[in-house]
Write a protein that binds this ligand. Sequence first.
Ligand code: ATP
Ligand code: MG
Length: 328
Amino acid sequence: MLFSGGDPCHSVEVSNRRNAQKGFIRSEFDMKNKEIAKKAAQFAAPFRITNGRKFHLKTIDPQETLDFKGDDKTRAKEALATGIAALADLQDMLYAQDRWAVLLIFQAMDAAGKDGAIKHVMSGLNPQGCQVFSFKSPSAEELDHDYLWRCMKCLPERGRIGIFNRSYYEETLVVRVHSEYLEKQKLPQKLIDKGIWKRRFRDIRGFERYLTHNGIAICKFFLHVSKKEQKRRFLERLEKPEKNWKFSSADLEEREYWDEYQSAYADMIRNTATPYAPWHVVPADNKWFTRLVVAAAVIDTLSSLSLAYPVLGKEQLRELAAARRALQ
Ligand code: ATP
Ligand code: MG
């Protein structure tokens, strides 16, 4: 089962024997997480796009739940809890090692569940190791700079997980769908031509490559919700008093541009899905499934960094021994 960790007792015993011969004993904990990481990688794989050249949005069904059925929600919740526990362990090592940073980017149509996915998947993590930023319509000060400027200032520090709730990708989405936003950007007129989107894609690919060369691992999510499900969620926001605050008539206006957005998203993925900064096109009609895929992809990203707690040198070990003696 997803995130169940397989048969830990047997594998731990065999591996402990092997590792003991190598001079160290790996904890049961560690082995279980390794097994979870393997399963997470397999689970996220069908949704991961590392080369977008031939990508079409219709290849991923927003209602997809793989072998989880509607009545499997409890099983899915248990799996998510196990995944989150593994994620917390990985985050602890990321923080202790203080070398890598991880950048998670979330993009989606309104009501696709970005906020919920961020809230649930990150719920078990140490808040000190996470940094979340939401990018809204740019301010006058932001419009006085290049479009990466405001995002650059929010990049995660080493050892941290940075979350972008929307990002510089809006520059190829909302700004592409509404040309009036481009006009507001105060760009020299000669730079606004037919080639602008290709150039933006190329610059973003270059920027993301630069980040990975500097130890920032990138994992991107497009939560793919259907138009029908968006309508259902908007109606729910109107009908349930506790959800009223989430409704904005601006969201309804954007819904009118559904097809334009879908083709902008598809083009964005085609042009910016790379092995070093993959997109995950996550089925988003079932929130519980979305969260599982996001958790699996984040576990996979962190596991691929070969994280480990720092090993102390002889000098530092001597210092610890001296400190212990001093305290006794
Ligand atoms: P929620 O509605 O769940 O609270 P949200 O991400 O939709 O979250 P809003 O404040 O509703 O937050 O919307 C932010 C808006 O800012 C979006 O419509 C988005 O398209 C817009 N936006 C983000 N970046 C840019 C940009 N660079 N240029 C223009 N508009 C942008
Ligand atoms: Mg909104």
